[in-house]
Design a protein around this ligand. Structure first.
Ligand code: ATP
Ligand code: MG
Length: 465
C-alpha cells in the first residue's frame, strides 16, 4: 500500500466515523429535543370558545384550575379551524387518568390498549387523554406492548411535545390551550389545514405498521374534508393494505361505520377501492365486483351509499343493517346463483347463502347480531316480492322488516337489478289505501290464486322464511 493510499484510507475511516456520529447526534436530537412548536395566538386562528361545547369547556377549566395543563385536541381543533362543526371534543392533559377521575364525579376510566378518562354529561362524553410518550423509552414493562411493529398497548406518559409526535396526522395534532387560547402546532398541522393535505407525522411505513387503521383514517378524513392524501402518506397504502387483516374484527366494524355512515360514503368507497383498502374489509364483495361482466353491483353499492349520504344530509336516521345488506348483496347473489344451479329451491338458497356470506364476513369485520339479523331479513324478503298473489302481498306489508326490504327493492330497481315494473307495483301497493291494495291483490294473477286455493290444505304455511 502506498503512503497516499493509507492517507486516503485514514481519511475515509475518519469521515465514516464523523458521519456515523452525526447520524447518532441527529437521532439523539430527535429523541430528546423535539422541534420547537409554532404558537398561534388567539388573534390569528379561528377557534372561539363560543363554538366549543359547554361540557368540554367545563372539563378544560376544571383541569386548569386544579393546576394541570389542559388542551382541546384532535378533531375538535381541526374542524373548528376549518369552520366546521366537530363531531366530538377530545381533551389532552398532563393529569394522569386517576387524577382526572378524582376531579370529576361523572368520570369513568376505560380502555386497556389506551387508558382514557371519559367524563359523562348526559349523552355527551368528553374524552380526556393523558399525554403519551414517544416509543423509544427504556424499561416500559407491561405499559407498552409492541408486536411486529404494531402497538398493542400504550400507556407510557410523556409531555405535550411527545404526545403531538405520536398522533396520526399533522392536522390532528393541533392543541388549543385553555390557559391563553393559543394553538400549539408541533407538526405543521396549520399549514396542512390551509393547503388541504392529510399527512402522517413521521415515517409513513412505520406509522402504518404501528396501527394499520391509520390507513382507513387517512381515507376517512380525505373524503370528509375533501383533502388530498399527501403522496408520501398515500404511496405505501396499497402494499400495506393487507395489514388490516390483523386488526380485531370488532374495531374494524366501528371504523367502517365511521367511514361509510358519516355523510361522505360515496367518496370514501371510491377512495377505499382506489387504495386497495376495500378488499381486506369486504373480500367477498371485492371478488364479486371484480368478477362481474357489467358494473351493476358497483352501481348498486354506490347508489346505496348515495342514498345514505342524502339521508344523513337531511337529518334522517340510517341503519348499518341496510348498508351492510347492500355492501354484501353482490356476494350473496353470486352464492345464490351457484346454490340454485346446484338444485336448491330459491327460499332455501336465500337462507343458506345468507348464512354463509355472513359467516365469512364476520371473520374480517364483526357484524353484531342486532344488525346481521335484519340484514338476513332484508335479503330473504327480496324473493318474496316476486310472489305477490293471494294474500301474500297483504302479509308482506305488515312484516316488521317490510319497509327496509322495500327500500332495498327500490334501490335494486334503480340500477336495473330488479324489474322496474315490480318496484312500481309495490310502490303503488304500499302507498295505496286498504281498498286499492285489496283491488291490486284481486287483480294479481287470479288463475294461479284459484288453483292454489283448491290445492291448499287447511294448515299449509306459505313460505319457509
Ligand atoms: P372525528 O372525531 O371527527 O372522527 P378525530 O380526529 O377527533 O376525528 P378521534 O378518533 O376522535 O378522531 O381521535 C381523536 C384524536 O386522537 C385524533 O385527532 C388523533 O390526534 C388521535 N388519534 C386517534 N386515533 C389515532 C390513531 N390510530 N393513531 C394516532 N393517533 C390517533
Ligand atoms: Mg374526535
Amino acid at each position: 500500500m502506498r503512503k497516499g493510499d493509507l492517507c486516503n484510507a485514514r481519511q475515509a475511516v475518519l469521515l465514516y466515523a464523523l458521519f456515523s456520529y452525526a447520524q447518532v447526534l441527529i437521532v439523539t436530537d430527535q429523541q430528546i429535543h423535539l422541534p420547537e412548536p409554532i404558537i398561534i395566538p388567539r388573534s390569528e386562528h379561528r377557534i372561539s370558545r363560543a363554538n366549543i361545547s359547554d361540557n368540554a369547556l367545563k372539563v378544560l377549566y376544571r383541569l386548569k384550575n386544579a393546576g394541570y395543563e389542559a388542551y382541546l385536541v384532535g378533531g375538535g381543533v381541526r374542524d373548528l379551524s376549518l369552520g366546521r362543526e366537530p363531531k366530538d371534543f377530545d381533551v389532552a392533559t398532563d393529569a394522569r387518568p386517576e387524577d382526572v377521575k378524582n376531579l370529576f364525579r361523572n368520570c369513568r376510566l376505560i380502555g386497556r390498549r389506551f387508558r382514557l378518562a371519559h367524563v359523562h354529561f348526559g349523552p355527551e362524553i368528553i374524552e380526556v387523554a393523558t399525554f403519551r410518550a414517544l416509543h423509544d423509552g427504556g424499561d416500559e414493562g407491561e405499559e407498552r406492548v409492541i408486536e411486529d411493529g404494531r402497538i398493542l398497548r400504550d400507556n407510557v406518559y410523556g409531555t405535550l411535545a411527545e404526545d403531538a409526535m405520536r398522533r396520526d396526522f399533522t392536522i390532528n395534532a393541533l392543541y388549543y390551550n385553555i390557559a391563553d387560547f393559543s394553538v400549539v402546532d408541533h407538526a405543521g398541522g396549520m399549514a396542512d389545514l390551509e393547503s388541504g393535505e392529510i399527512r402522517l407525522i413521521g415515517d409513513p411505513q412505520v406509522r402504518f405498521r404501528e396501527d394499520p387503521v391509520r390507513m382507513l383514517r387517512a381515507v376517512r378524513f380525505a373524503a370528509k374534508l375533501g383533502f388530498r392524501i399527501h403522496p408520501d402518506t398515500a404511496d405505501p397504502i396499497p402494499e400495506m393494505a393487507e395489514l388490516l387483516e390483523h386488526i380485531p374484527a370488532a374495531r374494524l366494524f366501528d371504523e367502517i361505520l365511521k367511514l361509510l355512515m358519516a355523510g361522505a360514503g360515496v367518496e370514501t368507497f371510491e377512495l377505499l377501492r382506489h387504495y386497495g383498502l376495500f378488499a381486506p374489509l369486504f373480500p367477498q364483495t371485492e371478488e364479486s365486483l371484480r368478477n362481474e361482466q357489467d358494473s351493476t353491483s358497483g352501481m348498486f353499492i354506490a347508489q346505496a351509499l348515495k342514498n345514505t349520504d342524502e339521508r344523513i344530509a337531511e337529518g334522517k336516521p340510517v341503519t348499518p343493517a341496510f348498508l351492510f345488506a347492500a355492501l354484501l348483496w353482490p356476494a350473496l347473489q353470486q352464492r345464490l346463483r351457484v346454490m340454485m344451479e346446484e338444485g336448491l329451491s330459491e327460499p332455501q338458497a336465500y337462507q343458506e347463502a345468507s348464512r354463509e356470506v355472513l359467516a365469512e364476513q364476520v371473520q374480517t369485520v364483526a357484524i353484531p347480531k342486532r344488525f346481521s339479523m335484519p340484514m338476513r331479513e332484508i335479503w330473504t324478503l327480496q324473493q318474496r316480492f316476486e310472489r305477490r298473489n293471494g294474500r301474500r302481498a297483504l302479509r308482506m306489508v305488515s312484516h316488521p322488516r317490510f319497509r327496509a326490504a322495500y327500500d332495498f327493492l327500490l334501490l335494486r330497481a334503480q340500477v336495473g337489478d330488479a324489474p322496474a315494473d315490480l318496484a312500481e307495483w309495490w310502490r303503488e301497493f304500499y302507498e295505496g289505501s286498504e281498498a286499492q291494495r285489496q283491488h291490486m291483490v284481486d287483480d294479481s294473477s287470479p288463475r294461479r290464486r284459484r288453483r292454489r286455493r283448491r290445492r291448499r290444505s287447511p294448515k299449509a304455511s306459505e313460505s319457509s322464511d
